[in-house]
Ligand binder design. Structure first.
Ligand code: SF4
Length: 424
C-alpha cells in the first residue's frame, strides 16, 4: 500500500505526520513522494490562521479533482476545529483527529476497504516512543506535551489540541537517546507551549532540558515556543538549562501585542513588563541569545495608540525573528464575537511592522559579519551550498561542508534572513 502525506502548519504537526508515516511503514505501507503513486493521500491540516485555512481547503479540493478515484484521509487541526466546513469540502474523505493518530493504520485499512471512517475526539495516547519517518534524517522532533493550559481569546488551536497533557520525561529521554544513536545531530523539543511542560504533573521544562542534554553525544537541542506566563515561576532554572552548550541560544517567546490593555483583552495572562523582564534576564545571562517573537496586528481592540506601543516595543526589543499575523476571526473563539477592524488600517499597520522587522533583522545579522561561528550543518541548499545553524540558531550558508558536522565559519555577508560564511 503506497501512501503520500502532505503537511501544513507547525513543527508539532510535522511530528504528527512523521508518526503517521512511521506507523503505516510498520504495517506494510510505503511512503511515496507524489500523490500520483499513492493508494491513499493524507492531508495533515493546520487551521491556525485564515490564509492557512484557505490554502488547506484549496489543496483538498484540487487533490479531489485531480485524483477522484484515490482514497483521501484528512488529519490535523481542521478535523476538530471546523468539521462543518470539512464535511462540505470533503464529504467522502476519511478523517482522523490529532489525538487519534495512533490508530492511523487501522483507519487507513478501513478506508481502503471502502468504509467512511471519521475518527474524532481524544484517546489521550502518548506520542513519545512511537515510530517516526524523519523528513531530515539529521533532525529529530520530540513532542513533549500536547494542548495548553491557557484560553487566549483569538486562538482555535486549543479546540483541536485540548487540555495540557505532558509526556513522561524518561520516555522523552529514551527517544532523544535513540535518535542520537541513529545519527541525528539536532533534537527539536516541540509543543503548543513548551513552557507548560509538566504544569499538570509537577514536572518542569528546565528539568526536562537537563535530562535531554544529559544524552551522550555532540548535538544541539532547539526549544520550541514558550508562553511567557508559564516561564515566570521557573525562569532562573530555565535560563540555567539554556546555558548548557548543547542548547541553541534561541528563545521563541510570543508577545502578540505591546499594549497591556490588548494583552488583557486577548486573555494572555501576562503584561508587557513580564515579557520584557524575561527577555532582559535571558540577555543578562546569555549575551548572544537570539530572540524570536510573534505579533498579531489588528486585534479588534487595537487602536492606533496600542499599535504604536507594539511598534515601540519591537523597536526596543530588536528581535532576530518576528512572525507577524494579521488578525482574522477564528471559528468558535470568544474574539470572533467582536468587530474586526478596518482591513485597510490592518494592512497599513502590518506593512509598517514588516518594514521595521526587516530593518532590525538585517542590522542584527550585519553585526555578525567578521565573527567566527561554530555552525552545525543540517541540510543541503536547494540552490547549492550547505545550510547550517550557528549556536544562536541563525541560518548560515557555506559553499562546501559535510552534512551532520560542526564547522568553524567566518561570517562574510549578512541578509535579513540568513548569513553567508566561509569555512576556516
Ligand atoms: S497546532 Fe496550531 S499551528 Fe500547529 S497545525 Fe494545529 S492549528 Fe496549525
Amino acid at each position: 500500500m503506497n501512501f503520500y502525506i502532505e503537511t501544513f502548519g507547525c513543527t508539532f504537526n510535522q511530528a504528527d505526520s512523521q508518526i503517521m508515516a512511521g506507523l503505516l511503514n510498520e504495517n506494510e505501507g510505503k511512503l511515496v513522494d507524489n500523490p500520483q503513486e499513492a493508494d491513499v493521500i493524507i492531508i495533515n491540516t493546520c487551521y491556525v490562521k485564515h490564509p492557512t485555512e484557505q490554502k488547506v481547503v484549496n489543496r483538498i479540493q484540487r487533490l479531489q479533482e485531480k485524483f477522484p478515484d484515490k482514497k483521501l484521509l484528512i488529519a490535523g487541526c481542521m478535523v476538530e476545529i471546523d468539521p462543518d466546513k470539512l464535511q462540505k469540502t470533503a464529504p467522502n474523505a476519511g478523517w482522523i483527529s490529532p489525538h487519534q493518530i495512533t490508530s492511523t493504520s487501522h483507519v487507513v485499512k478501513s478506508i481502503l476497504k471502502g468504509d467512511n471512517v471519521k475518527l474524532t475526539g481524544s484517546d489521550n495516547s502518548i506520542k513519545v516512543g512511537l515510530p517516526k519517518i524523519r523528513s531530515n534524517p539529521l533532525i529529530h522532533i520530540i513532542q513533549i506535551c500536547e494542548g495548553c493550559n491557557g484560553a487566549c481569546s483569538y486562538c482555535c488551536t486549543r479546540f483541536a489540541r485540548g487540555k495540557l497533557q505532558s509526556y513522561p520525561g524518561d520516555l522523552i529521554y529514551f527517544e532523544a537517546d535513540k535518535s542520537i544513536n541513529d545519527g541525528c545531530v539536532e533534537i527539536q523539543l516541540t509543543a503548543q507551549d513548551t513552557a507548560a511542560y509538566g504544569k499538570e504533573t509537577g514536572k518542569s521544562l528546565s528539568n526536562l532540558i537537563n535530562q535531554v542534554t544529559a544524552v551522550n553525544g555532540d548535538f544541539r537541542v532547539r526549544i520550541g515556543m514558550m508562553h511567557p506566563k508559564n516561564m515566570m515561576n521557573d525562569l532562573d532554572n530555565i535560563i540555567h538549562s539554556f546555558q548548557n552548550e548543547k542548547v541553541y541560544k534561541f528563545i521563541h517567546i510570543p508577545i502578540q501585542s505591546g499594549n497591556d490593555n490588548v494583552l488583557a483583552d486577548m486573555n494572555r495572562e501576562h503584561s508587557v513588563d513580564d515579557f520584557k523582564d524575561i527577555i532582559t534576564q535571558f540577555q543578562r545571562s546569555i549575551t548572544d541569545i537570539s530572540i524570536a517573537t510573534d505579533v498579531i496586528v489588528g486585534y479588534p481592540s487595537e487602536d492606533n495608540n496600542a499599535f504604536n506601543d507594539t511598534l515601540k516595543l519591537i523597536g526596543e526589543l530588536k528581535p532576530d525573528f518576528l512572525h507577524i499575523s494579521k488578525y482574522h476571526h477564528r471559528p468558535g473563539t470568544p474574539a470572533s464575537n467582536l468587530n474586526e477592524i478596518d482591513h485597510h488600517i490592518m494592512k497599513e499597520r502590518s506593512k509598517k511592522l514588516n518594514n521595521l522587522k526587516s530593518e532590525i533583522a538585517l542590522q542584527n545579522n550585519k553585526r555578525m559579519i567578521n565573527t567566527i561561528q561554530k555552525v552545525l550543518i543540517t541540510s543541503k541548499g536547494s540552490k547549492g551550498g550547505y545550510i547550517g545553524r550557528s549556536n544562536n540558531y541563525k541560518t548560515v550558508i557555506v559553499d562546501e561542508a559535510s552534512l551532520g558536522c560542526f564547522v568553524e565559519v567566518e561570517i562574510i555577508e549578512a541578509k535579513s534572513t540568513y548569513l553567508k560564511g566561509e569555512i576556516i
